[in-house]
Ligand binder design. Structure first.
Ligand SMILES: CC(C)(COP(=O)(O)OP(=O)(O)OC[C@H]1O[C@@H](n2cnc3c(N)ncnc32)[C@H](O)[C@@H]1OP(=O)(O)O)[C@@H](O)C(=O)NCCC(=O)NCCS
Length: 215
């Protein structure tokens, strides 16, 4: 078990951030984290969440009532989560990711989003036929979209943009700085703008899940 992981479990419960900060500053062995305590998590009003859920206090959750989270999930600093979002088990959403889930986003177990990736479940019409952005009346804009599914074992690299209404298939990997406009085939590695398959991906990671229970 890593020291950082251990630090999470050793973290005592605090009733306010002042006593938390005081504890961190006066205890040389304590590793400071930005994650909500269990008591703080309860107060967020998240629809449902499981065990070992670590969410940074610096993350913005705009629709906690439509956010479901499984077990063993970590959401890092400066992420933005809005709309209908469902997250499975063993998922890591890295720093600065933005999940815009007005039409739904499902991130299934053992998948993840590397830093600065943005997932849009709906986008404006850039053709010029409509006005753009939330400050214009809805009647004059043309926002279209659909659910985005990140299937089990899929991994999205850093700085990617994922468009609405698509599925990133089971075990698919998306290289850093890619733009995904269409659904992605399972167990393939994809890169580029727009993204395209460069090679198949190994399925060995699926076997490793069986070992999780024995560690
Ligand atoms: C996609 C990726 C997994 C491919 O790695 P790989 O299997 O070792 O592939 P290679 O490095 O052999 O690259 C194969 C080809 O794809 C190209 N390529 C690789 N990654 C690319 C990317 N992100 N965007 C565009 N092209 C890419 C390479 O230039 C190479 O092209 P060539 O055959 O014309 O020379 C890797 O490059 C990547 O982007 N990983 C994500 C890293 C990341 O975001 N980590 C976040 C922190 S954990």
């Amino acid at each position: 078990m890593s020291i950082r992981f251990l630090g999470h479990f050793l973290q005592p419960q605090f009733t306010d951030n002042n006593s938390y900060s005081r504890f961190c500053l006066t205890n040389p062995h304590f590793i400071m984290t930005s994650f909500y305590t269990d008591a703080e998590l309860k107060e967020l009003g998240i629809k449902s969440y499981g065990k070992n859920v670590m969410i940074s206090r610096k993350c913005c959750i705009y629709s906690p009532q439509s956010l479901s989270i499984g077990n063993n999930v970590r959401i890092d600093d400066f992420c933005i989560l809005s709309g209908n979002i469902s997250i499975g088990n063993y998922v890591h959403i890295s720093a600065y990711c933005a999940l815009h889930g007005s039409k739904g986003i499902e991130i299934r177990s053992h998948s993840g989003c590397s830093a600065r990736t943005t997932i849009y479940s709906a986008i404006d019409d850039f053709s010029g036929d409509f006005l753009i952005g939330p400050m214009h009346p809805e009647l004059l804009t043309n926002v279209q979209g659909g659910k985005v599914i990140i299937d089990e074992f899929a991994q999205i690299g850093a700085n990617c943009v994922i468009f609405p209404n698509l599925t990133i298939g089971e075990g698919a990997a998306i290289g850093a700085m890619s733009l995904v406009r269409e659904s992605v085939e399972p167990w393939t590695i994809n890169v580029g703008i727009p993204s395209h398959i460069i090679k198949p991906r190994s399925k060995k990671c699926k076997d490793l899940v069986r070992e999780l229970s024995s560690i």
